[in-house]
Design a protein around this ligand. Structure first.
Ligand code: PLP
Length: 504
């Protein structure tokens, strides 16, 4: 493809993208492709001769599109949203245009410096404590700062690596030799809850530490008492606590852990405190949510995914650390082919010391595009609209009388189920037997299955405290109240079918 063909086809692709977004409400949100569908449709070897753009474009329509689940459809209420937006797409295009690789500042100064500035903007927007910002009020650089990773999972692993380094430094400061401290690593233990995203346990597996999974309370929260007890038990067993993950908006129910209590324990026990706010962190753009995050100002690291709920295309996950020393110490490896700037150090971050990969693309551009195009007020409107739609959905479900809400609706997530009393022809509500629970669970699993098969809207179910529940996550960029109304209609219609049918 030469430059004139690129000019021509590039313009066509913009039209394809615009048409796609315009038509999203008219297509079923969920792909109905069966496993292996694509394997049957495309050749099993790369073409020997060059193919035309027209041929490839046509295959997008006929072969790829059937296997696409439309995450950007307003009728998509599954998992958590993965926001895209037009400014972010344009930012991505510039990023592809430059295709720089930012590992050291000198690789492309704008890529590093924009990242430093824009994650500070974001930190200020969500009310992060100034410990996490790179640039102090007087314009000097502090020891804190943020970096854009690809995912919250990476952010968690990197925080665990920094925490491990901090603990080794602590042990040596207490008199252990370097070898002794290093050799104690097999006794290091990290704390997560039974509601922490699986990334917490995966992080433990990756870095090779033990992970203690603590049971949450009735509201799905990790509490101070439970953490204290777990740590005391582990210390008695000779383990070395070094890391705890608190979540601001868990994946299952959007619960908020007792962040203040966790911060207290982390301080007393001298362990690293990471806050996973991958989903709900975006809500902190609205100051009314700041009281819910109290405690996180004392964390060591804090992560949000603008690619979930802040209008920025995947991938964009921001990790802030209050003190980058341990992180950089843990990940810094020098090679002669990776030269650093000598002398003037201000604003010269070599982000390869802040992440797993050596190189990353210029992700800051799309976040910059989003923050400038929407402004603080536009971002706040986006978040508040979804939260009020979630409240409206909750109200509709409660007014219907057949549903119960299974977790507080704080953000854009509504967790509910058909309540036992609504299940026709059974005295399930009165019986506390295992069998009656099974029947309620099957009814709710069936509701999710039918909603997915119906495919006017898409959502998923989950299990909390042994109960099968339905999750509706409101948060797509271009979804409207009409989409939520359609969701309510579908839930009500299919519930009528489920509770009237024989299997329960
Ligand atoms: N943490 C929470 C609370 C999440 O909800 C998720 C994903 O939904 C993750 C972490 C993992 O995010 P990522 O895909 O960016 O690793």
């Amino acid at each position: 493809m030469d430059i004139s063909e690129f000019r021509k086809h590039g313009k066509e692709v913009i039209d394809v993208i615009a048409d796609y977004y315009e038509g999203l409400n008219q297509v079923p949100p969920m792909s109905t492709a069966k496993p292996g569908y694509l394997y049957k449709l495309i050749p099993h070897e790369a073409p020997r001769e060059p193919e035309s753009f027209e041929e490839i474009k046509s295959d997008i329509e006929t072969r790829i599109m059937p296997g696409i689940t439309h995450w950007q459809s307003g009728n998509f209420f599954g998992w958590y949203s993965s926001n895209s937006s037009f400014p972010a797409i344009l930012g991505e295009m510039y990023s592809s245009m430059f295709s720089v690789v930012r590992f050291n500042w000198i690789c492309s100064p704008a890529a590093t410096e924009l990242e430093t500035v824009v994650v500070d903007w974001l930190g200020k927007l969500i009310g992060l404590n100034k410990r996490f910002l790179s640039i102090n009020k007087d314009g000097t650089e502090g020891v804190g700062g943020g970096v854009i990773h690809g995912s919250a999972s990476e952010a968690l692993v990197v925080s665990m690596i920094a925490a491990r380094r901090q603990m080794i430094a602590h042990l040596t400061s207490q008199g252990a030799s370097d070898e002794e401290a290093e050799s104690m690593q097999h006794r290091f233990v990290a704390y997560v809850s039974d509601q922490t995203h699986s990334a917490g346990q995966k992080g433990g597996q990756i870095i090779g530490c033990k992970t203690h999974v603590i049971s949450t309370d009735a509201n799905f929260r990790l509490t101070k008492d439970a953490l204290e007890t777990a740590i005391a038990d582990d210390r008695n067993a000779g383990l070395v606590p070094f890391f705890v993950c608190g979540t601001f908006g868990t994946t299952n129910t959007a619960a908020i852990d007792d962040l203040s209590g966790i911060a207290d324990v982390a301080e007393v026990e001298n362990i690293w405190f990471h806050v996973d706010a991958a989903y709900a962190g975006s809500a902190l753009a609205c100051p009314e949510f700041h009281p819910l995050a109290i405690g996180s100002e004392r964390a060591d690291s804090f992560n949000i995914n603008p690619h979930k709920w802040m209008l920025t295309n995947f991938d964009c996950s921001v990790l802030w650390v209050a003190d980058s020393t341990h992180l950089v110490d843990a990940l810094r490896i020098d090679r002669e082919y990776l030269p650093r700037v000598k002398g003037e150090k201000s604003f010269v971050k070599d982000y390869r010391d802040w992440e797993l990969a050596l190189g990353s693309k210029f992700r800051a551009l799309k976040l910059w595009f989003v923050m400038r195009t929407y402004g603080v007020l536009g971002i706040q409107r986006h978040i508040r609209m979804h939260i009020s739609q979630a409240k409206w959905l909750e109200e509709q479900l409660l007014n219907d009388g057949r549903f119960e809400i299974m977790a507080p609706t704080v953000f854009g997530l509504v967790v509910f189920r058909i309540k036992p009393q609504a299940i026709v022809g059974s005295s399930v509500a009165l019986e506390e037997s295992e069998k009656s629970n099974d029947r309620v669970n099957s009814a709710n699993v069936e509701l999710v299955k039918r909603i997915q098969e119906d495919n006017r809207v898409f959502l998923v179910g989950t299990k909390v405290k042994g109960n099968d529940v339905v999750r509706a996550a409101i948060g797509t960029t271009y979804g409207t109240q009409e989409n939520v109304e359609r969701l309510v209609l579908v839930i009500k219609q299919l519930t009528t079918k489920v509770i009237g049918c024989a299997f329960i």
